[in-house]
Design a protein around this ligand. Structure first.
Ligand code: SF4
Length: 224
């Protein structure tokens, strides 16, 4: 194994990713989920320098299209926020705290619901394995559920995403940026202008983050 150098990070682990994708595809652990298993090539390049963690595939979004944050309002808003960062979908990797669609049924009505703690726990190893395959030096956690999912993998102690939004910190050998979820429901917690400013900052942090170096297999020094 060669020595890590400043400004570089290890390459992605393709076989590790293929293994977790296969395991996810056959998983039926969570009885209250609509099985969507949104993990695969459509999530983005494994060599991405920004790894985005959302909450769960939405009923009208990823659970329908098979692509995280595609097909619903949250996805449309994320596209605008990404644009503010100067990044586009083809250069970021996006996944979720849980990989199936948590649904609540009331009579004939069906709606998305927040994932249960037990579901977060069940899917945690898949998120951890995905992060092991994707060495992105910068991680954006979209909302409190994503933040809680990351805390299970390696404690960061952050519990209030609104208070922490836009404040990067070193975490697990990477730079973690808590952000509010792009759902229209979060508008009251953080203004759209502030969210755009947060994402502009994300773009600057990613621009200064290490690049993948195929010759190394070591963590990098976090950029904060
Ligand atoms: S959410 Fe995760 S743990 Fe639960 S059934 Fe889907 S893949 Fe399995």
């Amino acid at each position: 194994m060669s020595t890590n150098v400043p400004g570089t990070t290890r390459p992605p682990r393709d076989s590790e990713f293929a293994s977790v994708v296969a395991d996810v595809a056959s998983c039926r652990t969570c009885a209250g989920m609509a099985y969507a298993h949104v993990l695969g090539a459509a999530n983005g390049p494994l060599a991405a320098r920004l790894l985005i963690i959302g909450e769960a595939p939405g009923r009208l979004g990823a659970a329908r299209t098979g692509v995280p944050f595609l097909g619903d309002q949250s996805g449309q808003r994320l596209d605008v926020l990404l644009q503010a960062s100067g990044l586009n979908r083809s250069e970021v990797f996006i996944t979720n705290a849980v990989l199936c669609n948590p649904l609540a049924r009331e009579g004939d009505q069906v709606r998305n619901r927040r994932p249960r703690a037990s579901e977060l726990a069940s899917c945690s190893s898949f998120l951890e394995r995905t992060m092991g395959a994707v060495p992105a030096p910068v991680v954006a956690a979209l909302g409190g559920v994503a933040l809680a999912a990351l805390d299970r993998i390696e404690g960061h102690g952050l519990t209030h995403v609104s208070a922490e939004a836009g404040r990067p910190r070193a975490w697990a050998g990477r730079t973690l940026i808590p952000l509010v979820h792009p759902s229209p429901r979060t508008q009251g917690r953080r203004s759209w202008d502030q969210q755009l400013a947060d994402w502009k900052q994300v773009g600057m942090i990613v621009a200064n983050a290490p690049h993948v170096d195929p010759s190394i297999d070591q963590p990098h020094d976090p950029v904060t």
